[in-house]
Design a protein around this ligand. Structure first.
Ligand code: ACO
Length: 324
């Protein structure tokens, strides 16, 4: 059976860097508080020519170059995002037009921070039925537009960016298995409301409904437990141990969540890819940005077993194993 294999990677981060010292001028916080609680030192903030689809398209062009194919050869474009440029058309359709992927069909997928792993799983299913397909899978977010810059509980955590992979079929390597979950009952612990059809008042004067709302401590607790279960369940099912894993690329939420997770699943820090200090939490973009950086740093060798995991609003979470 053919599996989805990554043929090339790319990423694009906005130019503007927002430091913890900058945040000290905006809300009552300190570099020391943010660094010790989250491990985040800087995050990137999109400018006016760095709209979601533009970041996504720039990451896509890099991924296409790295895969050695053109946009015209793509069959499908999926953009995982919860901050699309518009509700309609999809961000994926904007990307299609930007990169000249004329024969591709295109759509967005929203599973919050887990969007990229859901997208990988979907791509794997397409490849199983049509192994010759070339799929562009992007994770792209402009969360800075959806953060309340007066709320110190949330504004310190998030950043903007995009990452992309070109995916093809292989009968030797690729996605081995994935373990995905959702629990809609817990939505109130992490959500972002309007503009959406449930709230007809798109002119909400104080834009309160537009912002990310979060119960930080609860999210922390659920995230650690859920990702631990998703990882251990997957390793058990595939009869592999952490020793067999060459690199662990978790969703970059914050360093304390990652620290607890590493402890619980028993993985050494040198096997874990971490860049949350530079970019903060970029939601669906965090895994593909990390994957692209790991790839460009030469940390991925053909045949290596790579482990991914994520957790986000919904709640949604999961894990995935891939032979690189
Ligand atoms: N600067 C200074 N003080 C702050 C700040 C800030 N930026 N934010 C909150 N505080 C204060 C609070 O007001 C509170 O003060 P009080 O005791 O006087 O009321 C105090 O610090 C402690 O607040 P807590 O919320 O209990 O702080 P906690 O240690 O739990 O850390 C944090 C907060 C960092 C948000 C933590 O709960 C966390 O990491 N949660 C996970 C959230 C997350 O990662 N969400 C992303 C989406 S989901 C995902 O990607 C996994």
């Amino acid at each position: 059976m053919h599996r989805a294999v990554v043929l090339g990677t790319g990423s694009c981060l906005p130019e503007r860097v927002l430091t913890n010292n900058d945040l000290e001028q905006m809300v009552k916080t300190s570099d020391e508080w943010i660094t010790s609680r989250t491990g985040i030192r800087t995050r990137r903030i999109a400018g006016s020519d760095e709209q979601n689809y533009q970041l996504a398209s720039r990451a896509a062009v890099m991924a296409l170059e790295s895969a050695g194919i053109s946009g015209a050869e793509l069959d499908l474009i999926i953009v995982a995002t919860m901050t699309p440029h518009m509700i309609m058309p999809s961000c994926a359709c904007f990307v299609q037009a930007e990169i000249g992927a004329e024969k591709a069909f295109a759509f967005d997928l929203n599973a919050a921070c887990s969007g990229y792993l859901y997208g990988f799983d979907l791509a794997d299913k397409y490849i199983a039925s049509r192994p010759e397909m070339k799929i562009l899978l992007i994770g792209s977010e402009t969360l800075s537009a959806r953060v309340n810059w007066e709320d110190r509980n949330t504004c310190i955590l998030f950043g903007d960016g995009a990452g992309a992979c070109v995916i093809g079929g292989s009968d030797e390597r690729g996605i081995l298995d994935s373990n995905l979950f959702s629990d809609g009952k817990l939505w109130k612990l992490l959500y972002m409301d309007s503009p959406a059809s449930r709230n007809p008042d798109l002119l909400d004067p104080d834009r309160k409904g537009c912002f990310i709302q979060m119960s930080g401590r609860d999210v922390f607790k659920y995230a650690v437990r859920a990702m631990e279960d998703a990882v251990s369940g997957l390793l058990d099912r595939q009869q592999v141990s952490m020793d067999d894993v060459s690199l662990f690329i978790p969703h970059q939420a914050n360093i304390r969540i990652l620290g607890k997770l590493m402890e619980r699943v028993g993985v050494a820090q040198e096997k874990v890819f971490i860049n949350v200090d530079k970019y903060g939490n970029t939601s669906a973009a965090s895994i593909p940005i990390a994957l692209d950086e790991a790839n460009r740093q030469g940390r991925l060798q053909k045949g290596d077993l790579i482990l991914f995991c994520s957790f986000g609003g919904g709640f949604t979470w999961g894990s995935m194993l891939m032979h690189w």
